[in-house]
Design a protein around this ligand. Structure first.
Ligand SMILES: [Fe+2]
Length: 348
C-alpha cells in the first residue's frame, strides 16, 4: 500500500469536520492507517483522471458543447473543452454561473459585456445569463469548466492580501469594431436534455460602449492567488471564490510550506483537486491536468503540499454530491487516498 502508517511518533490523528474546517470538529487517534481500503463497489468512491486521456466532443466537432465529466442533483457540474476551432454559435447558460479554468492554450472569449483573452492558468468568470463564445488563438486549448447554480463571487478571507485585485483582476472590454455579423445561433443551456436555440439576425456580441461601473466577466491567474500557510504545523487553505450560498468554494492548492494535511473525513464537501502542472509532483499526481475527487465522508490523507520544487493545483469543494459521467469513468481510475495514486487494485 502506498500511504504507510508513519513509522515513529504518536499514533496519527483522524479528524472529522463539518462545514469544511469552519464547523464542528472531532479528533481521535487510531493505530491503523485509516485511508487504506482493500476494494470498493458502487459510485461513491475516490477516483482520479488524467484529462488528456479524454477527447472532448468539441475537439473534432466545432458544433459540439464541452463534454460533461461530473454531475450532481444540485446542478453543480464539471465539463472539459478542447476546441481547435472557434465556436460557431453563442451560448448563454441560464441556470448556472460558470468558471472556465484554462489548462493549456490561449483562448479569446467574446461575451455580452466585452472580450478578454485568457492564457494558461487563468480562471475566467462568466456569470449566469451572460452569452459568450470562445476560440483558441493557436492550434488548440484545454479547459475545465465549473458550473454552479448559486452565484459565484470572489471571497478572499480578511485581512486582505490573498488577492491583489487592482493588479491581477482583468475585466472584459468591449471591442467597438466587432462586425454586426449575419444570422447567429444563440444556444440557451438549461437542465433539459435538449438545448433551446434562437436564430438571431445579427451577432448579439457586437456591442457599442460600456455604461456601467462594473463588468461581471473577469479573469484571474492561479499563480497570482497567494497561498495561506500555518507554520510550522500546517492548516487548511483559504478560499478565493465562493458561491453566495456557501455550498461551493474554490482554493489555490499549489505548493505551500507546512505540515501534511491530517487524515480527514470531510462531512459536508466533495473535494475535487486539479493538479495543473509541476515542476514538482504533488504526491501521486505528476501529469498536468490530473483531476482527483474524494467524495464527502470518504477518509483521506492527501499528499504533502510542502514541495520545494513547486507545483500548481486548485481545489473545488462542493456540498453537491458529484457523480462522474460514463465518458469520464472510461478514463478514470480508482484512487487510494494517501498519496492520490491509482489504487493498488487497479490493473489487477
Ligand atoms: Fe480534505
Amino acid at each position: 500500500m502506498s500511504g504507510k502508517q508513519p513509522d515513529a511518533g504518536p499514533p496519527p490523528i483522524q479528524l472529522w469536520t463539518r462545514d469544511g474546517f469552519q464547523g464542528a470538529l472531532s479528533a481521535v487517534t487510531r493505530a491503523t492507517y485509516a485511508p487504506e481500503y482493500l476494494s470498493v463497489q458502487g459510485p461513491h468512491a475516490p477516483r482520479r483522471a488524467v484529462l488528456e486521456r479524454l477527447t472532448p466532443d468539441d475537439r473534432d466537432d466545432p458544433g459540439a458543447l464541452p463534454t460533461t465529466v461530473a454531475t450532481s442533483r444540485q446542478g453543480v457540474k464539471l465539463h472539459v473543452s478542447a476546441r481547435r476551432k472557434p465556436m460557431p454559435y453563442v451560448v448563454r447558460n441560464v441556470e448556472a454561473d460558470e468558471v472556465h479554468f484554462i489548462q493549456s492554450g490561449t483562448v479569446k472569449f467574446e461575451t455580452d459585456v466585452g472580450c478578454l483573452t485568457a492564457s494558461e492558468g487563468d480562471f475566467v468568470s462568466i456569470p449566469r445569463a451572460i452569452a459568450y463564445r470562445y476560440a483558441p488563438t493557436g492550434d488548440g486549448m484545454r479547459s475545465v469548466i465549473v458550473e454552479s447554480p448559486a452565484a459565484l463571487k470572489l471571497a478572499p478571507p480578511l485581512p486582505s492580501g490573498l488577492l491583489n485585485t487592482a493588479r491581477d483582476l482583468k475585466f472584459a472590454e468591449i471591442d467597438p469594431n466587432m462586425p454586426l455579423g449575419g444570422p447567429t445561433q444563440l444556444v440557451l443551456k438549461t437542465f433539459d436534455a435538449e438545448n433551446t436555440v434562437f436564430t438571431l439576425p445579427h451577432d448579439p456580441l457586437a456591442l457599442g460602449v460600456c455604461l456601467s461601473d462594473s463588468v461581471p466577466v473577469w479573469k484571474l491567474n492561479l499563480a497570482s492567488i497567494q497561498v495561506h500557510a500555518y507554520l510550522p504545523e500546517g492548516g487548511p487553505p483559504s478560499q478565493f471564490l465562493a458561491s453566495t450560498t456557501g455550498d461551493l468554494l474554490m482554493f489555490n492548492l499549489s505548493a505551500r510550506p507546512g505540515g501534511r494535511p491530517p487524515v480527514h473525513i470531510n462531512a459536508d464537501f466533495d473535494e475535487v483537486i486539479c493538479y495543473v502542472r509541476g515542476p514538482g509532483a504533488w504526491g501521486g499526481c505528476t501529469e498536468p491536468g490530473t483531476l482527483t475527487c474524494v467524495p464527502k465522508g470518504v477518509i483521506h490523507h492527501g499528499p504533502s503540499e510542502d514541495v520545494p520544487e513547486g507545483y500548481q493545483a486548485w481545489l473545488l469543494e462542493t456540498r453537491a454530491t458529484l457523480r462522474w459521467t460514463p465518458k469520464a469513468l472510461a478514463i478514470a481510475e480508482l484512487m487510494e487516498t494517501g498519496q492520490y495514486l491509482p489504487h493498488p487494485s487497479v490493473g489487477k
